[in-house]
Design a protein around this ligand. Structure first.
Ligand code: SF4
Ligand code: SF4
Length: 382
């Protein structure tokens, strides 16, 4: 099985990122060895929301710039493409690149930032739960994808790294259709894995220099995990990162599904990396704050009760989105983006109609000022 390469890193400077880019490609014989004759390279960053860089929400522009420079030096044609949260149009794509510092970072490089907002269909006959997807066009046409993501905990999927990052291949509001179609978290994460496997991802880079803990992907707390992980297998790379931040595969539905499909082992550890046991343990961050929606065993507990037909019991115990009315500015984005339209704006404030809520936490993810939080039943915290 492939190895995951771990590098201790603590800062984003042009110099440190240039050195990192060299290290990222070195195990594969440099850029040339990795691409093996392929020319068109697409970088898929994480630009989920326009938030300041010190929140750890989005791909750092200097890291992306350094990777672009390394690829261009070997003659690759480089495109950067991402469908962020919310509607995806030429105007929003341009705004996202510029608001996340990407436009400025690559302005002197021969790199194409994709803003045409067109889509294309890809099929994946081996998919377990989804066999075709509509994705943003350049991801369907490229030879090789470099998946450049952030290390975060996540309110819906518990952990978010490489295999979750490819959900940004789905154009804008189409993401909400998939949330509405796969309401069970195990079905949803299985679909995410099908999507990841359907794309020609050749390298995964998980940036934990500054990532996020708590209620990620947008409303969590910045966290200096202090390392970068790189691997050809998104699942193995995620397994290692999750292990280092204190999450086992049983607690992360996407990794549980990957292990069941033999896409990665059940358990992470130094033996799957370039590090000695001692070096690996030195990177461990055991004090990670998990999302409020997560509690030890809750994911498997909910799945067990669901299988036993305990739908009503689940409803009582399930973590729920709640609006902090004093913080809310009444922009209405949560109501606009809720995939099942279960948020009404009343007197300028959102009201969540609980019966129809599918607990996807899109409202929490897309609220621009983090006015939505997740309320967990106290029993699940025990
Ligand atoms: S998205 Fe946030 S700020 Fe806007 S209405 Fe909803 S809760 Fe309020
Ligand atoms: S209210 Fe929030 S969590 Fe519930 S379905 Fe709508 S977006 Fe998802």
């Amino acid at each position: 099985m492939e190895k995951v390469y771990l590098y201790k890193e603590t800062e984003y400077t042009e110099q440190s990122m240039d050195a990192l880019a060299e290290k990222l490609f070195a195990p594969y014989g440099g850029v040339k060895g990795l691409l093996n004759g392929k020319k068109r390279v697409l970088i898929k960053p994480n630009l989920v929301a326009k938030k300041p860089l010190d929140t750890g929400t989005t791909t750092h522009p200097l890291m992306l710039r350094a990777i672009c420079k390394a690829l261009l030096a070997e003659g690759a044609e480089v495109t950067v493409a991402e469908s962020h949260g919310g509607p995806y149009t030429t105007a929003t794509a341009k705004g996202q690149f510029s608001g996340c510092g990407i436009t400025e970072a690559v302005k002197d490089l021969d790199v194409s930032l994709y803003t045409e907002a067109e889509s294309a269909h890809i099929s994946y006959p081996d998919g377990l739960i989804a066999k075709s997807f509509e994705v943003i066009k350049p991801l369907a046409e490229t030879d090789f994808i470099i998946n450049l993501c952030k290390l975060k905990t996540h309110a819906l999927t518990t952990y978010s790294g490489a295999a979750k990052n490819t959900f940004g291949a789905i154009p804008g509001m189409r993401k909400f259709e998939l949330h509405a179609r796969f309401t069970d978290i195990h079905h949803f994460t299985r679909m995410l894995n099908d999507l990841h496997l359907a794309l020609p991802v050749g390298l995964n880079v998980v940036d934990g220099i500054l990532g996020m803990e708590g209620n990620g992907p947008t409303a969590g707390i910045p966290k200096k995990y202090g390392f970068v992980a790189v691997g050809k297998s998104a699942f193995l790379t995620d397994l290692i990162c999750a292990d280092l931040i204190g999450l086992g595969s049983a607690e992360v539905p996407q990794l549980k599904d990957a292990a069941e499909r033999s896409l990665c082992p059940n358990k992470g550890g130094y033996e799957h990396t370039n590090l000695s046991r001692e070096e690996y343990e030195g990177l461990r961050c055991a004090d990670t704050t998990l999302p409020d929606s997560h509690s030890a065993g809750a994911v498997s507990w909910i799945a067990r009760v669901q299988r036993m037909g305990g739908g009503r019991v689940i409803k009582l115990f399930r973590p729920k989105p709640k609006v902090k009315k004093s913080r809310c500015v009444g922009c209405g984005k949560c109501a606009e983006y809720c995939p099942v339209h279960t948020i009404e704006m009343k007197k300028g404030k959102p009201r969540i109609i609980r019966d129809k809520c599918i607990h996807c936490f899109c409202c929490q993810e897309l609220c621009p000022i983090s006015a939505i939080y997740i309320k967990t039943n106290r029993i699940l915290k025990i």
